[in-house]
Design a protein around this ligand. Sequence first.
Ligand code: GDP
Ligand code: MG
Length: 439
Amino acid sequence: LGRRINAAVSDLTRSQNLDEKAFDDMVKEIGNALVQADVNVKLVAGLRLSIKRSVNFKELGAGVNKKRVIQKAVFDELVKLVDPHNEPYKPKKGKANVIMFVGLQGAGKTTTCTKLARWYQARGFKTCLVCADTFRAGAFDQLKQNATKAKIPYYGSHTQTDPVVVAREGVEKFKKERFEIIIVDTSGRHRQEQDLFDEMVQIQRAVTPDQTIMVLDASIGQQAEAQSRAFKETADFGAIIITKTDGAAAGGGAISAVAATHTPIVFIGTGEHMLDLERFSPQPFVSKLLGMGDMAGLVEHVQSLKLDQKDTMKHLAEGVFTVRDLRDQLSNIMKMGPLSKMAGMIPGLSNMMGGMDDEEGSLKLRRMIYICDSMTNAELDSDGKVFVSQPSRMTRIACGSGTSVREVEELLTQHKMMAGVAKKMGGGMKNMQKAQGAM
Ligand code: GDP
Ligand code: MG
């Protein structure tokens, strides 16, 4: 998608007569690319209008970098679509927060409820899981297995066939035991069926959740709008989690779901592993969708500051991003400031620093640098996989740097994500620079 949009913009900026017709054609081509990436057709029509409105083509002077202006307009309009400006529910400590999952079968509910439980557990909440899926054979065993691995208390039944009873009993039990996050996993069906919706409503009445989360598979495509609308009408969820964003799907369906239901995406699933859950934020998501990567903007900015970037640039061009590259980027950011702005340019980092002021943020960055500095050269120059195969290394590094294993884990998650972006961009960096140089 990103390539197609970039190509459309390049065609325009390269063509001799930059007339309005050429601009219209370009906007049309961008629209087609977005529809193919599963963004809802009607949304795209609206988007085309707003791009035209926000880029006043006639007024773009000769010296203006038209490509940048147009790319930025596309970016901004997509961010607007995926950001509903509705705050999701924030669990509070010291009380029972009941969270109920809904979604079709296979969407990733059971996997994600353990990920989310683990996420809250790592942040000091007393967390547990309730399996109210009595529909699918083996559903309870799946949850039990995940929960045991993550050391999270769970409730379920092999004999009780009424999901409403299991949900009520489980939530009551855990409330009595003063659990703070009680996540209720429910069953799905292959399609939206009346009995699924009836069951959802009954469970909702029985456990009165503080938050209902709809789990949506990123590969759902153009069905995302209708599906999320149907669930919203019945179960009125207050948040969305998009799973399987690590897959081949372009993810435009997510945008359609948000736009159709005015409901925020709170997390995205990025793999099958328990740690593969990231807080959602609109800018990095749209960057990824467009395939631009904020990384490009960051590298550009860093270059303009004449910081030492040779190795990282070379690596990025090859699609490689080592732990040492991350360390260098972190220390460059420290030099550049203001931190809040810079962090926003690195995918994922802004989430991690969410709500921190510049001072807290730099402390966090410094701790990340300490972590890197406690690594061996071989570890720094690696792709980070050695830590997965030998987790004891993380404990050693946490001790050595005066940080916690969780922080080391966080840094490695951050690195993994950036390495993923770098890999995708691969040789693309070189082409991009060439294209920009040609303008
Ligand atoms: P449920 O029917 O909604 O409970 O779905 P499950 O949690 O059982 O997940 C269905 C499949 O999707 C499983 O094989 C999961 O491992 C897989 N899955 C869930 N989330 C993700 C994700 O973020 N990335 C990938 N690659 N797979 C996922
Ligand atoms: Mg399930």
